[in-house]
Design a protein around this ligand. Sequence first.
Ligand SMILES: *[C@@H]1O[C@H](CO)[C@@H](O)[C@H](O)[C@H]1NC(C)=O
Ligand SMILES: *[C@@H]1O[C@H](CO)[C@@H](O)[C@H](O)[C@H]1NC(C)=O
Ligand SMILES: *[C@@H]1O[C@H](CO)[C@@H](O)[C@H](O)[C@H]1NC(C)=O
Ligand SMILES: *[C@@H]1O[C@H](CO)[C@@H](O)[C@H](O)[C@H]1NC(C)=O
Ligand SMILES: *[C@@H]1O[C@H](CO)[C@@H](O)[C@H](O)[C@H]1NC(C)=O
Ligand SMILES: *[C@@H]1O[C@H](CO)[C@@H](O)[C@H](O)[C@H]1NC(C)=O
Ligand SMILES: *[C@@H]1O[C@H](CO)[C@@H](O)[C@H](O)[C@H]1NC(C)=O
Ligand SMILES: *[C@@H]1O[C@H](CO)[C@@H](O)[C@H](O)[C@H]1NC(C)=O
Length: 264
Amino acid sequence: MDFMKTPFLLIIFFIFFNCQTLSLDQKFEACAPKSCGNGPNISYPFWIAHSHSPFCGFPSFRISCKDENPIIRISNEDYIIRDISYKNHSFLLTNDAVYDSNCLTPLHNFSLHRTPFSYSSDHIGFFFFYNCTSLPPNYSYPIDCSSTSKLHSFGAFHEGYLEFMNFSSNSCQSSVEVPMDFNNEDDDFTGLLRKNYTDLLKMGFSLNWSGQSCSTCDTSGGRCGVEKNQFVCFCPDGPHLKTCKEGSFLEIFCKIGMSLTVKP
Ligand SMILES: *[C@@H]1O[C@H](CO)[C@@H](O)[C@H](O)[C@H]1NC(C)=O
Ligand SMILES: *[C@@H]1O[C@H](CO)[C@@H](O)[C@H](O)[C@H]1NC(C)=O
Ligand SMILES: *[C@@H]1O[C@H](CO)[C@@H](O)[C@H](O)[C@H]1NC(C)=O
Ligand SMILES: *[C@@H]1O[C@H](CO)[C@@H](O)[C@H](O)[C@H]1NC(C)=O
Ligand SMILES: *[C@@H]1O[C@H](CO)[C@@H](O)[C@H](O)[C@H]1NC(C)=O
Ligand SMILES: *[C@@H]1O[C@H](CO)[C@@H](O)[C@H](O)[C@H]1NC(C)=O
Ligand SMILES: *[C@@H]1O[C@H](CO)[C@@H](O)[C@H](O)[C@H]1NC(C)=O
Ligand SMILES: *[C@@H]1O[C@H](CO)[C@@H](O)[C@H](O)[C@H]1NC(C)=O
């Protein structure tokens, strides 16, 4: 009769072992919201490298911490994430170089190519023109640290405005476009014209992201994450497809198993 006992004990062992460890799912624990010190709490689809596990979010949403600020790399530059609205799927960011450099001169066009991000409806561009032989037009932002008596560098809000001012960008060695937001209702344009371009860039810009929302998983007590490039909801009892409320196969198995093993 002894050979009959062994598989039975194994099953009991399996049920106890699995159901107990699953009650503190490691992936659920690993994906708890964290912050870099300053700034917003970070969770799915974002994740902090060295602090979260990569399965807590998508690769494009990888964040690193620098001087306690959350940094995301887009278009080969570092941006500080100042705020995240998980509800609106949007986040506010500022070029890190704005705080680092005393002569900010972006040299590459900003691009959202190959990112899951898109501009907010408030997006307008801000343009840098370098080493122009013509003088900067009115209502532009001179970049003194990058200008000489013969070659002028400046920033401006709109390319069309330069045309209107009869300014030919052909007189410049290079030009670069970076993102900026402008909201007709919130922003006072004459106020913006009084700022310098570093202060303008410090205001930052918003991007939004597309993809599965975390709200149903979140409100059911779960934490969103990614498995095999697919959305999953990590719950205290293990991963689920969408929400912790739907019973997983393992959960049903465990409940039956537990009720069987508890009974004499
Ligand atoms: C981050 O989460 C903690 C705990 O839920 C909360 O106390 C804190 O206010 C949050 N911080 C921000 C910036 O939202
Ligand atoms: C989210 O969107 C709503 C409606 O567009 C807006 O009123 C609200 O300010 C936004 N919240 C954040 C944090 O961006
Ligand atoms: C993202 O921004 C675009 C452009 O303004 C807008 O059409 C879209 O609804 C926004 N998406 C979200 C999730 O807010
Ligand atoms: C502007 O000209 C200076 C001097 O010729 C050069 O060193 C610099 O790289 C130029 N800047 C740009 C952005 O083209
Ligand atoms: C630029 O501003 C100056 C002084 O404010 C003014 O005299 C001049 O007419 C303006 N030029 C143009 C093209 O608007
Ligand atoms: C631009 O050039 C056109 C044609 O030469 C002229 O009529 C117009 O007044 C100029 N605009 C400005 C702002 O100087
Ligand atoms: C940025 O884009 C503009 C317009 O597409 C282009 O004319 C310019 O050469 C680009 N600048 C750089 C530095 O590549
Ligand atoms: C821009 O203006 C701010 C004050 O609003 C000042 O502290 C800062 O030094 C200025 N930066 C440059 C590059 O002129």
